[in-house]
Design a protein around this ligand. Sequence first.
Ligand code: SIN
Length: 335
Amino acid sequence: MFKSIAVIAVGTLLFGALNLCTAQEQEPILIKFSHVADEKTPKGQGALLFKQLVDQRLAGKVRVEVYPASSLFGDDNELQALADDKVQLLAPSLAKFEKYTKQLQVFDLPFLFDDLEAVNRFQKRAKGRQLLRSMEASNIIGLAYWHNGMKQLSATKALQVPTDAAGLKFRIQPSSVLEAQFYQVGATPVAMPFAEAFDALKSGKVQGAENPWSNIYSKQLYTVQPFITETNHGVLDYMLVSNQRFWFSIPHAIRSELEGIIDEVSFEVNRQSEEANLADRQRVQASGRSQIISLSDEQRAAWRAAMQPVWQQFEADIGAETVKAAQTVNRKSRN
Ligand code: SIN
């Protein structure tokens, strides 16, 4: 009797010690963060800051590896890699989620948001928050919005009025709205991954593109685009996303800490993005490689009138209520 009690006691002790060892030796949770932008862009800096804060606050519990500039996965396979749990964090531009939800196409509608502050207001309001959850059926959870900036049109010729774009080919992200936007001005849109944009512009496969200043500068697009028209016609922002099953498999206390870090990083990215884009605009201007064209109010109104029919074309897909909610965020109310 005493012998068997002793055996049980020793066994329990051994089991406890073994559990302790396993807990102590447990590998940290690995988060691979892959993205397609340069490290010096708002997204690139955000990814690095996320890693830095996780290293400081969750050392031994979570390990982050950042893969910028399509070095692990690119536009054409990163969302599949997320689904397959080969990568755990991505920040694709909002134009790249069309396969999973049509609702996010609201961000691609040309001339919908007057500026980045308006985009910010929309993202913070109920509708914007709700859109973070719009891909749950595809096991994608939206964790935050990150700004890049407003897009500018660049080309091999000066674009002052919409008819100047007619007959040119423009590289676009894979978005039906962006496709329709270029058809509206008589141009031909060509969808391709971001990593291919520079070569396509350099070789003449396409003659134009639309990008925020940070991407124009960091990808050296200005060296192969002699004219950049400051249209601010649309926004290029990101959604920080994870695989929902993976995200909720993280123990609650660690996940809460990660979500706090994401809030902090998002605040920083969004606070600095406009300034970063302005600094890159200055760098492009100082390079003398590309002429920056400013539009008069009339010229901008002409671009707006040419592209705006796209809203109606996509309103049913996106949801009239979402388009309407976005329209209310501009300071100057019109339409
Ligand atoms: C990015 O900034 O992530 C790339 C956007 C693009 O494909 O134009």
